[in-house]
Design a protein around this ligand. Structure first.
Ligand code: SF4
Length: 456
C-alpha cells in the first residue's frame, strides 16, 4: 500500500519549542513503541480503527507514571471514553492547543480536556481549557519532515485547506473541521511544496475546491492562483489528492481542473460513494458530485464527468460504499462493472458507520449497530460488517465485498487500467506508479479474500 508521512504529527512536532526533544513513532510503518524510554510526555493520535491499540499503549505509559495526551478524530467523537486512558484529551485541531498542553504539562497542571473549536463543552466531566475559534492556517511552521526517515515513505504529504461544506451523512469531517473552508496562504504552500520530493499527496478533502458555492467566488480564485503558482515550480512534481466531480460542471471549476493537471495532479481519489440515486440520497454524497438534488443523479453524467477528468491525464481512484438500504449483493458486482467501464481504480467497500457521523447516530438509535464489535473492526476495509442491513446478511456482504475486490485487481484489469493511464497522461512515470500501486493493492485484496474464505 502507498503511504505518505503523517502531516498532523510532523506539524505538531514543528510547533514544539526547541527546548523539548521530540521522537516520532509511526506504527503504520512498523515502528515499535519503546516503553523504557525516558519520555516526559506521550501524545497519541487516535483514529477509530486504531483506538484499541492506542488505548493499550496509553494505559501502559500511564501505568509507568508518564503523562499521556490523546487527540485525533476518535477523541473528538468519544472524549470521555478517551479520557479513561489519558492524563488529558485534546478535542479539535491541535495547533493552538499543543503549546498550551506542553506548558501545563511542564507545570504539572494539566486539565482533563483541551478543546479547540465552537463545540459545547458543558457536558464534559472534568476541567476544560476551551479555545473557541478554530485555528487560522496562516503562518504555520515548516513541518518537521526530518524527524522521520524520508526514504521509507512512498511520497510526501501536505495540506492547503481545512473544512468541508458537504456534510455527507457517513462522514464526520464537517463536524470536526467546520463547514467554512480555511486556506493556507498560497506563498506558504508554494514554499513548502518547493521543499518536497518528486511525488506528494495533498490530504485536503477536495483539491478542486467547491465551485458549486457561487456565493464564494474567492474559493475558486484561491485554487486558480495556487495551481498557477505550483505549475511554475521546477522541477515539476507529480501529486495526488481527493476531490469530487463537481468542478466539471462549472467554468471556473474546469479551469481549476486544467491548472491542477498542469501543476502535476496525476491521480485523484474520488469519493463517488454509490452508483444509484437512492445510495446518493442516503449517503448525502450527491452534494459533492454536484447534483441539484439526489433525484437528478444519473450514471451517464457521472461517466462524462469522469471522462473529462481522465482526459486531462488524471488517474481516478473511485471510492464506493455498498450497504445503503436499497443495495443488494448485486450492487457490489454492478459497481465493479461501472469501474471497469470507466477505467477507474476500484475501492468498493461495505458501509462502516463511523462514530461521529450522522449515519452512526441514526443506526445506533435504530439499534442497527452490532455492539459486540471492537473499534478495530471499524477500519472500513471490507473485513467486518458492524451494522444490520435490511436486505443482506453479514456473511453475504463480506463474501461479495472480498470477491469484487479480488476480481477488481486481476492482472488483466490492472494492465487495462495502466494502459489507459499511460495513453491519457502521456507519462510512463504515471503509468508505472499506477501499475505498482495496483500490484500492491492486488496483494492486499487477495489476502482479504483468503481471510474471509477462511472465516466462513
Ligand atoms: S466525504 Fe468528503 S465531501 Fe463528504 S463530508 Fe466528508 S470530507 Fe466532505
Amino acid at each position: 500500500m502507498v503511504s505518505g508521512m503523517p502531516p498532523s504529527l510532523i506539524l505538531l512536532a514543528a510547533l514544539t519549542p526547541d527546548k523539548h526533544e521530540v521522537t516520532l513513532v509511526d506504527m503504520f510503518m512498523g515502528d515499535q513503541v519503546d516503553y523504557e524510554s525516558e519520555v516526559d510526555l506521550v501524545a497519541i493520535t487516535v483514529r477509530t480503527p486504531l483506538a484499541v491499540a492506542a488505548y493499550e499503549i496509553a494505559d501502559e505509559f500511564l501505568r509507568r507514571g508518564k503523562k499521556v495526551i490523546l487527540g485525533g478524530p476518535h477523541t473528538f467523537t468519544l472524549p470521555e471514553e478517551a479520557k479513561s486512558h489519558a492524563s488529558a484529551v485534546a478535542i479539535g485541531e491541535g495547533e493552538e492547543l499543543w503549546p498550551v498542553i506542553l506548558k501545563d504539562a511542564e507545570q504539572d497542571r494539566l486539565k482533563d480536556f483541551y478543546v479547540c473549536g465552537p463545540y459545547p463543552v458543558e457536558g464534559l466531566r472534568g476541567s476544560v481549557y476551551h479555545e473557541r475559534e478554530r485555528p487560522s492556517l496562516a503562518g504555520l511552521p515548516m513541518m518537521r519532515r526530518d524527524l522521520l526517515p524520508k526514504k521509507r515513505y512512498f511520497m510526501d504529504s501536505m495540506f492547503t485547506t481545512r473544512g468541508c461544506p458537504n456534510h455527507c451523512r457517513f462522514c464526520p469531517v464537517t463536524d470536526i473541521f467546520g463547514s467554512r473552508i480555511r486556506h493556507r496562504p498560497i506563498d506558504e504552500v508554494v514554499a513548502e511544496v518547493a521543499t518536497l520530493g518528486r511525488l506528494y499527496f495533498n490530504v485536503d478533502d477536495s483539491v478542486f475546491g467547491h465551485p458549486q458555492m457561487k456565493d464564494r467566488p474567492e474559493e475558486n480564485q484561491y485554487y486558480l492562483d495556487l495551481y498557477k503558482e505550483l505549475a511554475g515550480l521546477r522541477p515539476k512534481r507529480l501529486w495526488g489528492g481527493a476531490g469530487g466531480l463537481s468542478a466539471v460542471n462549472y467554468k471556473d471549476g474546469r479551469r481549476i481542473l486544467e491548472l491542477a493537471a498542469e501543476s502535476g495532479l496525476s491521480a485523484v481519489a474520488a469519493g463517488l460513494e454509490s452508483i444509484s440515486s437512492k445510495g446518493q440520497k442516503q449517503s448525502g454524497a450527491w452534494r459533492k458530485l454536484h447534483y441539484t438534488s439526489p433525484d437528478t443523479f444519473n450514471l451517464r453524467q457521472m461517466k462524462e464527468s469522469i471522462r473529462t477528468i481522465q482526459d486531462l491525464g488524471i488517474v481516478i481512484m473511485g471510492f464506493f460504499i455498498v450497504g445503503w438500504d436499497e443495495d443488494t449483493v448485486e450492487t457490489y458486482y454492478r459497481t465493479l462493472d461501472f469501474c471497469d467501464e470507466c477505467n477507474i481504480i476500484p475501492f468498493i467497500f461495505t458501509l462502516t458507520p463511523m462514530p461521529g457521523s450522522q449515519i452512526y447516530r441514526e443506526y445506533r438509535e435504530q439499534e442497527r449497530i452490532f455492539t459486540d464489535h471492537p473499534w478495530d473492526h471499524y477500519g472500513g476495509g471490507g473485513d467486518y460488517v458492524v451494522f444490520k442491513h435490511p436486505l443482506m446478511p453479514e456473511n453475504e456482504m463480506l463474501k461479495a465485498n472480498a470477491e469484487v475486490m479480488k476480481r477488481g485487481y486481476s492482472m488483466g484489469r490492472i494492465i487495462k487500467r495502466t494502459l489507459h493511464a499511460v495513453t491519457h497522461s502521456f507519462s510512463l512515470y504515471v503509468g508505472t506508479t499506477s501499475y505498482f500501486t495496483q500490484l500492491g493493492l492486488r496483494k492486499v485484496y487477495r489476502q482479504l479474500y483468503d481471510q474471509i474464505q477462511a472465516r466462513s
